[in-house]
Ligand binder design. Structure first.
Ligand SMILES: O=C(O)CCC(=O)C(=O)O
Ligand SMILES: [Fe+2]
Length: 149
């Protein structure tokens, strides 16, 4: 779990609270601060879309492991957090993670003759280590785990 605190920023256009990234885990459940928006997700049209906080709702983000397990059917979402000059903000992210030794590969029945496995098998440990050796906003790390790479 991560508790993110974003203080007020006098020049919010010069920085991010969190730069664009996809989460390396399987699923993320996000509790948003009802008093301050800040989360943005990259929409299919390539535009950043602000997620309005709703006090009665949790935001669930698909992470990289779900993308690998689903053989690319569920895409992990690019998202970022912006800051504000007017309000500080808090978010609580709960990360659903495989255990380190878990072997991640496409779930049974999702890869076969007509839809070959997009990614090679890997352990979550290998993925997670690699994730933290890079900048958050680099190319999607799963790209490096594609078969024939
Ligand atoms: O602050 C937010 O709404 C996003 C947090 C987040 O993306 C993360 O902790 O991975
Ligand atoms: Fe995230």
């Amino acid at each position: 779990m991560a508790v993110n605190f974003y203080p007020r920023c006098p020049e919010p256009e010069l920085t991010y609270g969190l730069p664009a990234h996809t989460d390396p885990n399987a699923l993320t459940v996000l509790l948003q601060d009802p008093r301050a928006a800040g989360l943005q997700v990259l929409g299919p049209s390539g535009r950043w879309v602000a997620v309005d906080p709703r006090p009665e709702a949790l935001v669930v983000n698909v992470g990289d492991q779900m993308q690998a397990l689903s053989n690319g059917r569920y895409r992990s979402v690019w998202h970022r957090a912006v800051v504000s000059s007017e309000r500080e903000r808090l978010s609580v992210a709960s990360f659903l993670c495989p255990c380190r030794s878990a072997v991640i590969e496409s779930a049974e029945g999702l890869a076969g003759r007509h839809s070959p496995a997009v990614y090679r098998s890997f352990t979550y440990e290998e993925y997670y280590r690699k994730f933290w050796t890079r900048n958050l906003d680099q190319e999607h790390l799963l790209e490096l785990f594609k078969n024939n790479n």
